[in-house]
Design a protein. Structure first.
Lengths: 207, 107
């Protein structure tokens, strides 16, 4: 009995030492930086741990929101305002923050995300992902309708049209400088003579 | 307390600065060359030619409406939001207008 316990303990210590060695080797090889994406072993391990950490009841939880143009429109606006900074409007994760986050946000149009159940997606939005850039959003509990609408939108991501994506760009948060820049770009496209740039940064004007 | 507020303000300002462009380079000018996978733009600001790579995810917009890659022509005015990806610029969004439309609006 005591021998069995000792062997189990030894096995656990060996596994933990192995994982530690992989992480240390990884850090030594690529430096302590978020610039390079995590190694495949780390990604697989983290994905497995995360999947098993989600309570079982969420695996079979159905989305109570029925998809409709109105629901999708509301969810698009929510996504564009709160999620697109890291995940991009189209869910690809190809944004300034997404590209160097550690770990990277997944391309949510693909199987890694789409294969998850509605409940698992809901749980991830509501609780975030520890040791990543994903915070916990929404009201605690299982009935935050904004989050369920986002789940509906995530299901829609693989079919997102160019028109929807362009509409969302108008809903992305923008600073005053960025809004002015947008206006200048439209002026250029329309052939309107360039106006002197309002200087709010103390730097030299761009044009 | 003041130090905490100053720290918070610092991070808010840093975040706002980082948000500008959302990490995208803006290429503004006139299309000088088109291939299946690239758009070459002579930039308005310095008349230098810049090549931007297009991918399947690149979106196209003409007169604020969705458009297609095939609608883009040499000579069109263009604003491309692109990201630096392994040594080249990759187009995220291409907005364009006919050069003739601009002339018609402002003869």
């Amino acid at each position: 009995m005591r021998r069995g316990f000792g062997l189990s303990l030894l096995l656990i210590v060996a596994v933990l030492a192995g994982i530690g060695a992989i992480v240390i080797r990884d850090v030594l090889l690529r430096g302590f930086s978020a610039r390079t994406p995590p190694a495949k072993v780390e990604v697989a391990l983290a994905a497995t741990v995360r999947r098993h950490a989600i309570p079982a009841r969420y695996q079979h939880m159905q989305n109570p929101v029925v998809s409709s143009p109105e629901v999708l429109h509301a969810a698009e606006a929510h996504w564009a305002d709160h999620c697109a900074t890291c995940h991009a409007n189209n869910g690809s994760g190809e944004t300034m923050f997404g590209r160097t986050m550690y770990p990277r946000p997944p391309d949510m149009r693909l199987g890694q995300t789409q294969s998850q159940s509605d409940g698992e997606l809901y749980y991830t939005i509501q609780n975030g992902v520890p040791l990543s850039g994903m915070p916990a959003f929404g009201d605690p509990g299982d009935s935050d309708m904004d989050t369920w609408r986002l789940v509906t939108f995530i299901r829609h991501l693989p079919q997102l049209t160019s028109a929807e994506e362009l509409e969302m760009e108008d809903l992305n948060p923008k600073s005053p400088d960025e809004m002015q820049e947008d206006q200048e770009e439209q002026n250029f496209l329309n052939g309107t003579p360039a106006q002197p740039k309002r200087n709010t940064t103390g730097k030299e004007p761009i044009r | 307390m003041k130090r905490k507020l100053a720290t918070l303000l610092f991070f808010v300002l840093i975040s706002a600065a980082a948000w500008a462009h959302n990490g995208m380079d803006h290429v503004i000018g006139t299309v000088s060359k088109l291939t299946e996978t690239t758009i070459t733009v002579v930039q308005e600001k310095d008349h230098e030619a810049v090549e931007v790579v297009t991918v399947q995810d690149t979106t196209y917009e003409k007169d604020k409406k969705p458009a297609h890659r095939g609608d883009l022509k040499v000579g069109d005015r263009v604003v491309i939001h692109a990201m630096k990806m392994s040594g080249h610029l990759q187009a995220h969004e291409v907005q364009f207008a006919d050069a003739s439309a601009a002339v018609a609006q402002h003869p």
